[in-house]
Design a protein around this ligand. Structure first.
Ligand code: C2E
Ligand code: MG
Ligand code: MG
Ligand code: MG
Length: 265
């Protein structure tokens, strides 16, 4: 391998690039096959009221049942899915399943689905979603969409229109990963947002080395939400201590391993 050691940097770099490109192409081909085979499945994680632990809803989280690699979370394929545009097909398969499960279940509360900013931008999003609900005979009032700030700020007038149309039909919106984006406070009150989901990085900072900063941020988010009359859901609640702090600070709802991991319907 003496020769290999002597190879110059750019040659090794090229090789690494080629290997990565091949891996991504394989993954994309795999993803296409999985769409044909309908290998995607929603897992559900409970969202609870912090005061008494009552379940108020469930978040639907995408999983790929891969024939070789087992159950894969979105992080393993969403990048390629978004770059190739395949994620929209995966999402529609997912949403149809979620809505079918929701229509046939008497689980308490709502079910929320995740919508990527790019997907939210597509023209027929609202129409298709309402059509799915209608075909399944599902109550739109039991469905929520989770979007991020990027989806709102990208084209604010359009986002406002879409959210208003959805809300008229009963589909409310949750703002996901709040605090990690722009958190432009001036626009927030203009959108019909039912709840903010406080990003898990802040929740997990409580009681850690980052306690002081996390506490200040969580407080600020709760104060903002309180002023605007928006509900708050803490993401990634893992310990009783975090639950207690959040409850004391006035956060109403929570979700995390403390209450339940994502699991099949
Ligand atoms: P998210 O919407 O912020 O979802 C929360 C993530 O935190 C989930 O990861 C969930 O499994 C994880 N989580 C929940 N409780 C805890 C906890 O106590 N501790 C820790 N460490 N993690 C916790 P997951 O399922 O891997 O999903 C990752 C992201 O993928 C989601 O983040 C969402 O942005 C995206 N995603 C999920 N499902 C879909 C989907 O159907 N379509 C699209 N486009 N994106 C999706
Ligand atoms: Mg989410
Ligand atoms: Mg989130
Ligand atoms: Mg997140």
């Amino acid at each position: 391998r003496a020769k290999a050691c002597g190879r110059d940097r750019s040659e090794r770099f090229d090789e690494a690039m080629r290997a990565e490109a091949t891996r991504l192409l394989d993954l994309e081909a795999d993803l296409r096959r999985a769409i044909l085979q309908d290998a995607f499945e929603p897992f559900f994680q409970p969202i609870v009221r912090l005061t008494d632990g009552a379940v108020i809803g469930h978040e639907a989280l995408l999983r790929w049942r891969h024939e070789l690699h087992g159950i894969l979370p979105p992080a393993d394929f969403i990048g390629v899915g978004e770059d190739s545009g395949l994620i929209e097909q995966v999402d529609w398969l997912m949403y149809r399943k979620v809505i079918g499960i929701m229509a046939g279940s008497n689980a308490p509360g709502y079910v929320s689905i995740n919508v990527s900013p790019r997907h939210f931008r597509s023209d027929d999003f609202v129409e298709r979603l309402l059509f799915l609900l209608e075909s399944a005979g599902a109550d739109p009032g039991r469905l929520r969409i989770e979007i991020t700030e990027v989806a709102l700020l990208d084209d604010a007038p359009r986002a406002l229109r879409m959210l208003s149309q959805l809300r008229e039909r009963g589909v409310l919106a949750l703002l996901d990963d709040f605090g990690t984006g722009f958190s432009a406070l001036s626009y927030l009150h203009r959108f019909p947002i039912q709840a903010l989901k406080i990003d898990q990085s802040f929740v997990q900072g409580l009681g850690s080395d980052l306690h002081a900063e996390s506490l200040a941020l969580v407080r600020a988010i709760l104060a903002l939400a309180g002023t605007l009359g928006i509900d708050t859901i803490a993401e990634g609640v893992e310990t009783q201590a975090q639950r207690d702090m959040l409850d004391e600070l006035g956060c109403q709802y929570g979700q995390g391993y403390l209450y339940g991991r994502p699991a099949p319907a």
